[in-house]
Design a protein around this ligand. Structure first.
Ligand code: SF4
Length: 183
């Protein structure tokens, strides 16, 4: 019998279970011989980032500014806790604030302007982004009038930013302005 034929032999249910049990024993024996992981020590569990600093800050996702304790280790934000004594949030967060740390550590964070070209995102300069967007906006206003545009503010805007955003819409020539959370 060739080796290929041997591999193709139908294995009965009982034989298969025996083989699975044997391979499990072999696997466990290998793991015992060379453990790939180890348990953390009590000290490591108590303080996984020795010497880290706890910095009081606020969530910047919206203007409420709920309190966060950011743990910083070697200049990197590694963990976060709710600031229990914060005068506004009183030890709570919404679902966005709980993951504030992902504003800096996620690989999905957008760090520069991107433009979709033939279905693929390409990095462009800030100058190119501003020029292309403003040219398109001016074209829309020229062809369809100022009310063809709608301005939607951000939950992240401060009072001053919201003031200037409103002024911008007025100078553009429309009253089509609202807060994005209302749509
Ligand atoms: S996004 Fe949520 S956690 Fe962050 S400041 Fe606003 S309400 Fe607070």
């Amino acid at each position: 019998m060739s080796s290929q034929e041997k591999l193709n032999v139908k294995v009965g249910r009982r034989a298969f279970l025996k083989m699975a049990a044997l391979s499990g024993v072999a696997g466990a024996t290998m793991l015992n011989a060379a453990p790939a992981v180890r348990s953390a020590s009590d000290e490591e569990l108590k303080s996984p980032y020795p010497g880290s600093k706890k910095v009081k800050t606020v969530c910047t996702t919206c203007s409420v500014g709920c309190g966060i304790i950011a743990e910083v280790y070697n200049g990197v934000w590694v963990r976060q806790e709710v600031a229990q004594d914060h005068p506004i949030s009183h030890g709570s967060h919404c679902c966005k604030g709980i993951d504030s740390i992902d504003n800096v550590r996620t690989e999905k964070r957008v760090k520069h302007p991107l433009k979709k070209v033939n279905g693929k995102w390409q990095r462009i300069s800030w100058d190119q982004a501003i020029n292309e967007i403003s040219e398109k906006m001016l074209k829309i206003r020229k062809e369809s009038g100022p009310d063809a545009a709608m301005f939607l503010g951000s939950a992240k805007m401060s009072t001053e930013q919201a003031y200037y955003f409103r002024k911008f819409a007025a100078m553009w020539g429309t009253n089509n302005i609202d807060h994005q959370a209302r749509i």
